[in-house]
Design a protein around this ligand. Structure first.
Ligand code: GLY
Ligand code: MN
Ligand code: MN
Length: 422
């Protein structure tokens, strides 16, 4: 799907409102990553570049210059090339791209450095990501050019574009709802079809098969973790056999038209919860419910949602005798980190861990107040090291996480992933 010209121009306008006068901002596309031999990875555009241009080719860039007099939008792209297009697909080309986006100027990508040299002299600010994963060499060359031009203030584009991307537009919310729906359906399929004796990759195939059937891809590699594997936070091998009575933790979410979803469900394989599994699952579910209730309230902070979940988990662990001391001391000494070592939420959007500051702008580090249009995950979990003999045996090897995607609305919050059973 394309982003229409009107949307692009609205976003560019909002972005340039945040730029200082006499500044430039440069966004690079994603790079086409080589895999092996003649094989390339599937191309996925850089999220901010996509957000501002709706253009999905590699080797392209967007330069925005804001002076007192005017705003210039300059796009760079690969040239049309009949021979290359036969092998790797159609290219839009700079001329057509200019028409498509409504940007004022367009050039071939190879002219990026020359045009920078020409256009940025005399500016006082430059916004750019110098430490991206892609175009490492080019990034350092660009930094050289900026330094040679004696531009005083160099800062990241993240803070500015993060402010825009943090509040989702209606059309973005539609896409996020669709992504959440596909992912919730995939989790339901996994719940229905999981049997003891299957391999983790077979569940992965069911889930990702559903993503592909619906025109989506994974937003991050699926975690399908049976038994002890559930205690490894980023387990992605997915190559072990599933055993009756073990828990299966599935953290899988699709990306639909560039927008991510992120769901985790944990359930016992072909059986009912054992007593210890039930206790832990029940506690994580309660922590999630408390955190979701918090997100429903008006003008609460991002951090307060985490604190609700954290306090609930810690209180439960103290009651079960798994943590010593009272709530205050557990929170102070961070002893809970042995069982809960990650945060409860992150922003969700074009990236699964989306951009946007977690602090209120122009504050002294105050946690962000949740506003309509923001989307967060709420994903408490508890993980018990299978080899830690200080943990009562009945809990060792249990890993539970429950994760949903929540849209903050005018009247509270909407759970986008509610269709996946808990
Ligand atoms: N799936 C990544 C996360 O839950 O943050
Ligand atoms: Mn998440
Ligand atoms: Mn997740």
């Amino acid at each position: 799907m394309k982003i229409d010209r009107q949307t692009i121009s609205k976003r560019i306008k909002k972005f340039t409102n945040l730029m200082e006068v006499n500044s430039a901002a440069l966004f690079l596309s994603a790079e086409q990553i080589h895999r092996n031999s003649d094989v390339e990875h599937r191309f996925r555009q850089d999220s901010s570049f996509w957000y501002l241009t709706g253009f999905n080719e590699a080797d392209s860039a967007l330069l925005i210059i804001k002076t007192k007099k005017e705003i210039s939008t300059i796009i760079f792209a690969r040239p049309k090339d009949k021979e290359k297009e036969v092998w790797t697909g159609k290219r839009v080309g700079p001329d057509q791209l200019k028409k498509q986006t409504g940007f004022k100027e367009s050039y071939e990508y190879k002219e990026l450095e020359t045009q920078l040299e020409k256009k940025i002299g005399g500016l006082s600010h430059f916004y750019f990501e110098f430490s991206g994963y892609n175009y490492v060499l080019l990034r350092s060359k660009i930094l050289e050019i900026i330094k040679n031009k004696r531009i005083q203030n160099i800062s990241s584009t993240q803070n500015l574009i993060g402010e825009l991307r943090l509040i989702k537009e209606d059309n973005e919310i539609e896409l996020m709802k669709k992504a959440a729906k596909i992912s919730a359906e995939a989790h339901e399929i996994a719940l229905r079809k999981t049997k003891a004796g299957m391999y983790e990759f077979q569940i992965e195939a069911l889930i990702e098969g559903h993503f592909r059937e619906n025109g989506a891809n994974w937003a991050y590699p699926s975690i399908v973790a049976g038994g002890n594997n559930a205690t490894i936070l980023h387990y992605v091998n997915n190559d072990q056999k599933l055993h009756k009575g073990d828990l299966l933790l599935i953290d899988a979410g699709c990306e639909y038209e560039y927008y991510a979803s992120d769901i985790t469900r944990t359930f016992p394989i072909e059986s009912k919860f054992t007593k210890p599994q039930e206790k832990i699952y029940g506690l994580v579910l309660k922590a999630q419910q408390k955190a979701i209730e918090q997100a429903h309230l008006k003008n609460v902070s991002f951090e307060s949602v985490h604190l609700k979940a954290l306090e609930t988990l810690c209180t439960g662990l103290i009651d079960m005798g798994l943590l010593k001391g009272n709530l205050k001391s557990v929170l102070q000494k961070l002893t809970y980190r042995k069982f809960y070592m990650h945060k409860t939420s992150h922003w969700l959007g074009l990236d699964v861990h989306d951009v946007g500051s977690y602090q209120e702008p122009n504050s002294e580090g105050n946690s962000r107040i949740l506003k309509p249009g923001m989307v967060i995950t709420i994903e408490p979990g508890l993980y018990f090291d299978p080899e830690d003999i200080s943990i009562p045996q009945e809990f060792r090897g249990i890993g539970v996480r429950i994760e949903d995607d929540i849209l903050i609305t005018k009247n509270g919050a909407e759970i986008l992933t509610a269709k996946a059973s808990k």
